[in-house]
Design a protein around this ligand. Structure first.
Ligand SMILES: Cc1ncc(COP(=O)(O)O)c(C=O)c1O
Length: 467
């Protein structure tokens, strides 16, 4: 099934040999060991339709990661392409620095309507890291305006990824991707994450574990000095480390702690918003109201780049009075074409009830993935909605993980290429313990879940034999 030649892709007629040469000579791929392409070809993707993508050789793949947790509405949506073309013809570009244009206005109003609580103000960026970076700056300036300039620190969780610009990288909790770039902006501090599979305490009691993880935030605020802490950045389901959902009551307790210490709660929903968890926002899914939401990715389903910070009326208040100005922005933030695409994307979401659909189909997706727990290498299946991780282990009874050499050989050397060769785009990641991550477009249904399950079963069984 994954190997069918598509007429459409073949007919496009890419000069694959030239693309390979030029990619290897000139293109700098992100987060990529460039040296590995001395002996391997660069996968060149040329076309998408629904949950499928095709490479330059006409081979079809199931996109089990929505590109990079992005293409929530699925590939090949003509109405989104047309919305972009229409806007580019009408007014390709104008900044939102002192000006506005109808799409940015309409989209901000629409996002305010969808967002929880009183998150009624929208600061547009071009992506997720910029949104995180902006939210930290908003928090700092907010506290200066409150007469608390000493509050500049941010808390985030171990192994959590929040972006790569230096501010966002400081907030990111993945040591391996930070160490080349220090010193980073001061004041970013780690707290416990919600990896229940490897819970250091309360491993047999999820709710008690959740209380412990939330209380770690309180302990850290106390340790740092409450009057130095500006904000806590948390994803609803933590991506990096392999999809850690919040234990029941976790976010309620975090909200209480933030309120008690006057610390802002930022819900980093760059992945989790726009249906990924079967709700518009992760905050809705887990019933909390943050002070800010950072989002990007699914906002346009990737048909054009866009990110945003949604800000509560309370946090916005000092920015709308007197001569106060937020000296911060991006040339392409709130781009007319991207905001047009986002509006068309939200239309698709509403017309097809993609959020409700993801919510209804999530149990079937989970069931297929949990079916893999009979494999000796699958230690844990966790996540929510259309966002799951499979943790791989060497020994299920002890939860023993792989050493560096095994991880290198298994994940990089075998699993990633083997899954791709078998026709599945997903992610084999070892920024925490080794995991395979899946986040397919929200249009996927049973046949796609089954195909993912079948490919994973085959390839993981082979991986086990190679250990
Ligand atoms: C939770 C989270 N925050 C921030 C980012 C950074 O977003 P971007 O790559 O658009 O800068 C990501 C990217 O995956 C993310 O998952």
């Amino acid at each position: 099934m994954g190997n069918e030649m598509s007429d459409a892709a073949a007919a496009v007629g890419f000069d694959d040999e030239h693309l390979q040469e030029a990619a290897k000579r000139h293109l700098w791929m992100h987060f990529t060991r460039m040296g590995s392409y001395a002996s391997h070809d660069v996968p060149v993707m040329v076309k998408g339709d629904g949950p499928w993508v095709w490479d330059s050789r006409g081979k079809r793949y199931l996109d089990g990661l929505s590109g990079l947790f992005v293409v929530n509405a699925g590939h090949g949506r003509e109405e989104l392409a047309e919305a972009a073309a229409r806007q580019a013809k009408q007014l390709a570009y104008f900044p939102i620095w002192s000006y506005a244009h109808p799409n940015a206005i309409e989209l901000s109003e629409r996002l305010a309507g969808l967002a929880p609580g009183d998150l009624n103000r929208v600061f547009f960026t071009t992506g997720g890291g910029e949104a995180v970076e902006s939210a930290w700056k908003i928090a700092k300036q907010y506290f200066r305006a409150q007469g608390q300039p000493g509050r500049y620190k941010v808390l985030s969780r171990n192994i959590a990824y929040h972006g790569t610009t230096l501010g966002a990288l400081a907030i990111t909790g993945v040591p391996g991707i930070k160490e080349q770039f220090g010193p980073l902006p001061a004041g970013s501090v780690r707290v416990a994450n919600t990896n229940f599979y490897r819970a250091p305490y309360f491993g047999d009691d999820l709710e008690a574990f959740g209380r412990w993880a939330a209380d770690d935030i309180e302990a850290r605020i106390e340790m740092e000095g409450p009057d130095t802490v500006a904000a806590v950045f948390l994803e609803p389901v933590q991506n990096s480390g392999g999809c850690f959902p919040p234990p029941p009551g976790y976010f309620q307790r975090v909200r209480e702690i933030c309120d008690r210490y006057g610390v802002l709660l930022v819900s980093d929903e760059v992945i989790c918003a726009f249906g990924r968890l079967g709700a518009w926002f992760g905050a809705d899914r887990y019933h909390y109201v943050p002070d800010m939401i950072t989002c990007a990715k699914g906002l346009t389903s990737g048909y054009s780049p866009l990110g945003a910070v949604l800000v509560s009326d309370r946090v916005m208040e000092p920015f709308v009075s007197g001569t106060s100005t937020f000296y911060h922005g991006f040339t392409f933030g709130g781009h007319p074409v991207s905001t047009a695409v986002a509006l068309a994307n939200l239309d698709v979401f509403e017309k097809e009830d993609l959020v409700g659909q993801a919510n209804r189909r999530s149990a079937a997706f989970r069931q297929v993935l949990e079916g893999l727990l009979d494999l000796p290498i699958v230690g844990d299946v966790r996540g929510d909605g259309f966002f799951y991780g499979l943790e791989l282990v060497k020994d299920k009874a002890t939860k023993a993980t792989f050493d560096d050499e095994e991880s290198e050989r298994l994940l990089r050397g075998f699993l990633s290429p083997a899954l791709f060769d078998a026709g599945l785009v997903c992610r084999a990641d070892d920024r925490g313990d080794p995991v395979i991550q899946l986040a397919p477009p929200l249009v996927c249904e049973q046949e796609h879940f089954d195909l993912m399950g079948q490919i994973l079963r085959d390839v993981l069984s082979q991986a086990w034999e190679r250990l």
